[in-house]
Design a protein around this ligand. Structure first.
Ligand code: ASP
Ligand code: MG
Length: 409
């Protein structure tokens, strides 16, 4: 008998019938003797609908009232699920985030959880009840309703699992796990049975949108075993853990991630003297523009080229900043290119394997794909290439690193 926290996303509770389906699933776990805490999202589309109404009234809705509004989506689902369980003679009780004492800071629409009081949940569980908690929301010190940012129900589930020291946090969604890459790009992409938190963070921040990034950080920090599974199909899903497979089984590369949302900016011919990088990036930071990859070459003629990437939405604003900086620094030229993409190979296995970078670059070269930028971390190698090569690059790398093969576990 285990204590399980389960989270069902918007699609999984998108209709009354689906909510009844979730109730059946939950009852199945109760019948096996497990204690279950369920976190639900709003019915699919509901949060967007609520935000849409607010935006019709105001360009800048008061954040406190925004949270009062959007938190209602989840409140609908918890009540309907509790009713559905009760119809199955499965005792259950629903709580909003505030009722279950999920304390957050006061940053409306992007609040952070500070503490959770597990007393109510514990007493319901020992009375044999399923505890149903509204995802995505909490309450600040002044009892204001707060929300945790889009996709925040994942974080609610992980936080509850950490507070309750649950045996597992299960995230039920419309895909059956985490894949080696996007199956829409590579048909032979394979579900991973296991992935480490570190790898999942890299995959998630690179665009694999199965889990809210913050929930993965949270789970890693508190060592909560996290499993991604399908609501609609039986299966083991993907387990996200701290444990690495033993070295015989550990693949060098676990997945290929990609991101089409970036753009590249280059300042050509800037003086190669101390302080230049800071002078270029400080005004970019001041405009709240996040910089991802940065490359600066070695200057041969007392000048150097400075290249970096930003989100595509920020490319024009960044370009304007650079034109001003370029005057000041006496740079030769400013260039921007939004038609790029970033492709990354991710895997803890590369820590103990040499030659991953060269294999990656040889694979791209064999396809005639030019690499524009490279960056590496201990468990990731990323390249920027022309966006027209995205699919080709991902497919070639998926094949070169044997990712379509069954893993051993
Ligand atoms: N309903 C919220 C959203 O759509 C929270 C969630 O689903 O996780 O962002
Ligand atoms: Mg979600």
């Amino acid at each position: 008998m285990a204590l399980i926290v389960q989270k069902y996303g918007g699609t999984s509770v998108g209709t009354v019938e689906r909510i009844q389906g979730v109730a059946n699933k939950v009852k199945g776990f109760r019948d096996q003797g497990h204690d279950v805490v369920v976190v639900v999202s709003a019915m699919s589309g509901e949060t967007n609908r609520l935000i849409g109404m607010a935006n019709e009234i105001s360009h800048r809705p008061v954040p406190r009232e925004m949270d009062v509004l959007v938190s209602t989506g989840e409140q609908v689902t918890i009540a309907l699920l509790a009713m559905a369980l009760s119809e199955l003679n499965c005792p259950a009780k629903s709580y909003t985030g505030g009722q279950v004492r999920i304390h957050t800071d006061s940053s409306h629409t992007k609040a952070r959880i500070q503490a959770i009081d597990d007393a109510k949940m514990r007493s319901d569980l020992s009375a044999g009840r399923v505890v149903i908690v509204a995802g995505f929301q909490g309450m600040d010190e002044q009892d204001n309703i707060t929300t945790l940012g889009r996709g925040g129900s994942d974080t609610t589930a992980v936080a509850l699992a950490a507070a309750l020291k649950a045996d597992e946090c299960q995230i039920y969604t419309d895909v059956d796990g985490v894949y080696t890459t996007d199956p829409r790009v590579v048909a032979s992409a394979r579900r991973l049975s296991k992935i480490t938190f570190e790898e999942m963070l890299e995959m998630a921040s690179l665009g694999s949108k199965v889990l809210q990034i913050r929930s993965v950080e949270f789970a890693g920090k508190y060592n909560v075993p996290l499993r991604v599974l399908s609501t609609f199909e039986e299966g083991p899903g993907t387990l996200i853990t701290t444990e690495e497979l033993d070295s015989m089984e550990q693949p060098v590369i676990s997945g290929i991630a990609f991101n089409r949302d970036e753009a590249k900016l280059t300042l050509l011919g800037v003086p190669d003297v101390p302080g230049v990088a800071a002078k270029i990036l400080a005004p970019i930071g001041a405009k709240n523009i996040e910089v991802d990859m940065i490359v600066q070459n070695v200057g041969a003629d007392q000048t150097t080229d400075f290249t970096f990437t930003v989100h595509r939405n920020d490319v024009d604003a960044a370009f304007d900043v650079l034109e001003a900086v370029s005057q000041e620094l006496g740079a030769r030229e400013v260039r921007k290119d939004a038609k790029i993409c970033k492709v990354s190979v991710v895997g803890v296995g590369m820590r103990s394997h040499a030659g991953v970078a060269s294999q990656m670059f040889e694979t791209l070269a064999a396809e005639g794909i030019n690499i524009q930028m490279i960056s590496t971390s201990e468990i990731k190698i990323s390249v920027v290439v022309d966006e027209k090569y995205l699919e080709l690059a991902v497919r070639a790398l998926h094949q070169a690193f044997d990712l379509a093969l069954e893993d051993a576990s």
